[in-house]
Design a binder for this molecule. Structure first.
Ligand SMILES: C[S@@+](CC[C@H](N)C(=O)[O-])C[C@H]1O[C@@H](n2cnc3c(N)ncnc32)[C@H](O)[C@@H]1O
Length: 306
């Protein structure tokens, strides 16, 4: 077990922003950097929360509101916030039971848990917190750490359909980190919702970081299916109008996205959508992709309104 003293993401998440954190940090509003304080932080597409945990480590944050449309992910945050000790006990059993098997046994175990997870998902009560949430979150974290590439992908019926991943010694959970995440989630509300519903939490001076699903780099390499709801160009346009609305409220906004110019130098999609705001291009290593050849250095866009 590592004994870090700062919380970090507890799941692998496509589009995780670990490599870009210093670029974001350098571009935070000056008054936040100088005071070291963020009174109110809202993140409408939180995913694995790399930015949230980074900010928690380096700034004093008064209040945070995190949203994501993926209800399994949001449930996991809520379980860690409400009952991390039971979750740790459950994960310990899962890990012991998994790691004492050979490769074939682990594979069977993975598919058995995936089947339980999918069959229980149909009538699951995602609305009211109950002890079943602990087991489901345990299964969710287990699959995240043992499935192919740590992807989260569902079919149209909402069933998790990622195959088993080959890892020599998968680390299923980090007890110390789950305790730290529990601490980091104090004064934090985590909501399962569409990004548009974050508006009621955003006031003048709120700092908002938006990291929507990527616009696919190529027509075949799209990974924007974090949930059964996709995110297409119409959603990107809707998001740009939302950005303008939040700008008018007086919030400080930072948005990141993939740069379509990586693919096509003439693609002005985001340059047009965010015209009038600051648009910068920084290099990033892209990790989740269909095949290894898709991994490499690409530009990422950072848009700010200050
Ligand atoms: C690029 S990821 C965010 C990654 C995150 N920054 C990290 O470091 O892990 C985009 C997230 O947006 C969520 N999402 C997709 N559509 C959404 C919507 N309409 N409203 C809110 N969240 C959405 C996905 O579930 C996914 O977790």
């Amino acid at each position: 077990m590592e004994n870090n003293i700062y919380a970090k993401p507890f799941v692998k998440w496509a589009g995780g922003k670990k490599q870009l954190l210093m670029e974001f940090n350098g571009r935070l509003p000056t008054h936040l950097k100088e005071s070291g304080t963020i009174k109110r932080y809202v993140e409408p597409f939180v995913g694995g929360g790399a930015m949230f945990f980074f900010l928690k480590r380096h700034y004093f944050i008064g209040e945070s509101i995190l949203l994501d449309i993926n209800r399994e992910l949001v449930m996991a945050y809520q379980v860690i916030k409400n009952d991390h000790k039971s979750l740790i006990a459950f994960l310990k059993d899962i890990e012991d039971n998994h790691l004492n098997k050979d490769e074939d046994g682990r594979k069977k175990n993975y598919y058995k848990i995936r089947e339980i997870y999918n069959s229980e998902g149909h009538n699951f009560d995602f609305e009211n917190y109950n002890t079943k949430w602990i087991e489901r979150t345990g299964h969710f974290i287990f699959m995240n750490k043992t499935c192919f590439n740590g992807l989260f992908r569902q079919n149209k019926k909402g069933e998790f359909n990622v195959p088993f991943g080959l890892y020599k010694n998968p680390r299923i959970y980090d007890e110390n980190n789950i305790k730290l995440v529990n601490q980091a989630l104090k004064d934090t509300e985590v909501i399962c919702s569409d990004f548009t519903n974050s508006e009621i939490h955003i006031t003048e001076n709120t700092f908002v970081y938006l990291d929507p699903p990527y616009r696919p780099l190529t027509k075949t390499s799209n990974f924007t299916n974090y949930s059964k709801y996709g995110f297409n160009d119409i959603d990107q346009v809707k998001l740009a109008s939302f950005f303008k609305k939040l700008d008018q409220i007086g919030a400080y906004l930072m948005l990141s996205n993939s740069d379509p110019k990586n693919e096509d130098l003439n693609d002005e999609f985001f340059d047009k959508l965010y015209i009038g705001y600051n648009i910068e291009r920084v290099s990033a290593k892209r990790n989740i992709n269909r095949d290894a050849s898709g991994r490499g250095i690409v530009n990422e866009l950072i848009v700010t309104n200050y």
